[in-house]
Design a protein around this ligand. Structure first.
Ligand code: CA
Length: 257
């Protein structure tokens, strides 16, 4: 398997703190990789702490995953979803525990979106409004549906996507990591093909760039690090009203496992 992985997080042009966190891992020639983007919330210090804690716990858990005896060559997408859910539940517990023990962090929580790549299989898990997209054969597909109040209204036909994008409560989340003891993340799996790119991002990117703009950038076929830089620069050029984070995996070749 040959991948080109890169991440970038940026404070933007308005905020005085970056509350996003990112991580990615691929060991050359292994058939395993992952990407993580988290966008924290909950007052000064709380948001940054929540996203850092989440990415730390999830990154540690995912780095240990290939050593788990369950993960032999017959691993299925269901196994990967189960494993990712165990790790997200642990991150949720850790944030809740820290919230309970530190009054200044009592409001903290975070979104998270994770892509786990195992050979041809990719599993996407998310909570909140950080998103995953796939670029495949000149088409951009949004792989996640935001856990937001406005997305629920769109799903019920009460708002159009265009109205949702302008809605005053468009940032109100219906789910977050660290919000509730019962965490309900959403998972999906897909089969990757050589030439695909996965893009994970915080809402600082999608507030400023619509899916057409994201597609135009990915269509350039640039190295992942260059695409990350260009996307963050485009968000900042459009105002940079929020922290912006991106994680990209370009799939050059795959190993069937
Ligand atoms: Ca944000």
């Amino acid at each position: 398997m040959q991948l080109d992985l890169s991440t970038l997080t940026d404070i933007g042009r308005v905020r005085d703190e970056n509350q996003d966190s990112v991580d990615a891992c691929w060991v050359s020639d292994q058939h395993y990789a992952f990407l993580i983007v988290a966008d924290g919330m909950g007052g000064y210090a709380g948001g940054a702490r929540a996203s850092q804690l989440a990415v730390g716990v999830i990154g540690d858990g995912l780095r240990q995953l290939p050593a788990d005896p369950v993960f032999d060559t017959s691993v299925s997408d269901g196994d990967l979803c189960d494993a990712l859910d165990r790790i997200l539940q642990e991150a949720n517990r850790r944030i809740l525990a820290e919230r309970a023990s530190q009054p200044r962090l009592a409001q903290m929580g975070t979104t998270v979106v994770v892509a786990v790549i195992w050979g041809e299989i990719a599993v996407i898990g998310h909570v909140g409004d950080s998103r995953a997209y796939r670029w495949q054969r000149n088409r951009l597909e949004q792989l996640t549906s935001d856990h937001t109040l406005v997305q629920e209204l769109v799903d019920h036909g009460a708002l159009t996507p265009e109205q949702a994008a302008q809605h005053p409560r468009r940032n109100t989340l219906t789910r977050a990591l660290g919000a509730d003891a019962r965490l309900e993340a959403t998972y999906r799996s897909l089969l990757l093909q050589p030439g695909d790119s996965l893009l994970l991002c915080s809402d600082g990117l999608t507030t400023h760039l619509d899916s057409d703009a994201l597609g135009v950038e990915l269509a350039r076929g640039l190295p992942a690090a260059e695409s990350c830089r260009r996307l963050v620069a485009a968000a900042n050029g459009a105002g940079g009203h929020d922290n912006t984070s991106v994680a990209i995996a370009v799939v050059h070749s795959l190993t069937a496992v």
